[in-house]
Design a protein. Structure first.
Length: 338
């Protein structure tokens, strides 16, 4: 099965009423609420602007991916509305001012222009994001319970990994690459398309981290590392000797960190990185009674469960929804004529 057809097929799995004619400027409806082509085009430009423009089937594949994200976002927003979890004006204004604080008015306007947004657009996006965050906190995060038995079971199954042959550092990262990797699946489906886009994105994430946003959640939402994004950027334990292979600046930055601290934005071969030091651990077998061991295991299990429940929650929402995807119907119709 080709990737293009696979993408179309996945989107069509939750598409109904295939034979209806599409209303003007409506790309899809979610429980009767429209997602317009204007919405789709605007988000497509934000996500895929910069670099060489895609054309033909490649552009269509990208628009299908963007529309799927818009549909999922609308599903979550409607659930937040139904449960009375919509962010109020005070929440939105506080977050808006928090994001604006590090910049001059001119710098902030440049940030908005680069993202093709007005202040009103940003506030609307913040309202949606904060509302969905409240939804996830109530429906998922607050429901996660990790027992002592879970921690003991994980430790016994992974005991060898807690026996350190040399001092190690427990790291996490947020990676942004200057190209779109089809294997990247962060929660926001957010992928930089060029070096300029990647630099702007990582700098924006760095500002948000300095303002106190959670590193693991930022990694889940935006990191472009296919191996660690879903685990909140967790890279596990890295032997200190492996840092000898790093360049002097990188090694110096990492060794200077204290647990909980992050590096500045760093340019590496793969793209732009922000690294976080979680803990430093001496050589030897770490015992289950060690609070650091228990905390590490707890965080690992919480992240895993969080990702599992979010994925299941999205699927449940899609199953319960009435989604009409006029755009994908048109794509399938066009392919059938060829």
């Amino acid at each position: 099965m080709t990737r293009a057809f696979a993408t179309i097929f996945l989107v069509s799995l939750f598409t109904t009423a295939c034979n209806r004619s599409a209303p003007a400027d409506v790309a899809a409806t979610v429980n009767g609420r429209a997602v317009t082509y204007a919405d789709l085009d605007k988000q497509y430009e934000v996500q895929f602007s910069g670099g060489e423009k895609s054309t033909g089937d490649q552009a269509t594949i990208q628009k299908l991916e963007v529309l799927r994200t818009l549909i999922d976002n609308e599903l979550m927003l409607q659930r937040a509305e139904k449960l009375g979890l919509m962010a109020v004006d005070a929440d939105v204004d506080a977050k808006f001012n928090e994001l604006k604080a590090p910049y001059t008015q001119e710098e902030f306007q440049k940030q908005l222009t680069a993202r093709k947004m007005t202040p009103e657009d940003l506030k609307m996006q913040l309202r949606r994001d904060l509302s969905v965050q409240k939804l996830f906190n109530k429906e998922i995060t607050s429901q996660i319970s990790i027992t002592d038995h879970d921690i003991t079971e994980f430790y016994n199954s992974n005991k060898a990994s807690f026996n350190l042959a040399e001092p190690q550092i427990h790291m996490a990262q947020i990676l942004v690459t200057p190209f779109a990797d089809p294997n990247v699946h962060n929660l926001k489906n957010d992928k930089a398309q060029s070096d300029e886009q990647a630099k702007k994105k990582i700098e924006s994430l760095s500002v948000r981290l300095k303002q106190g946003e959670d590193f693991a959640m930022m990694a889940q939402n935006y990191s472009e590392d296919p191996n660690s994004a879903q685990n909140g950027g967790d890279l596990g334990f890295i032997p200190e000797s492996s840092l000898d292979k790093a360049n002097a600046e990188l090694r110096k930055s990492l060794m200077a960190l204290r647990p909980g601290e992050t590096t500045q934005v760093m340019r590496t071969n793969e793209g732009y990185r922000i690294l976080k030091l979680i803990t430093r651990e001496p050589a030897g077998q770490r015992d289950l009674a060690d609070p650091k061991v228990q905390q590490t295991i707890r965080e690992t299990l919480v992240n895993r469960k969080d990702q599992l429940l979010k994925a299941a929650y999205y699927e449940m929402a899609r199953n319960d929804a009435k989604v009409v995807n006029y755009f994908v119907n048109g794509v399938l119709g066009d392919k059938a004529k060829k």
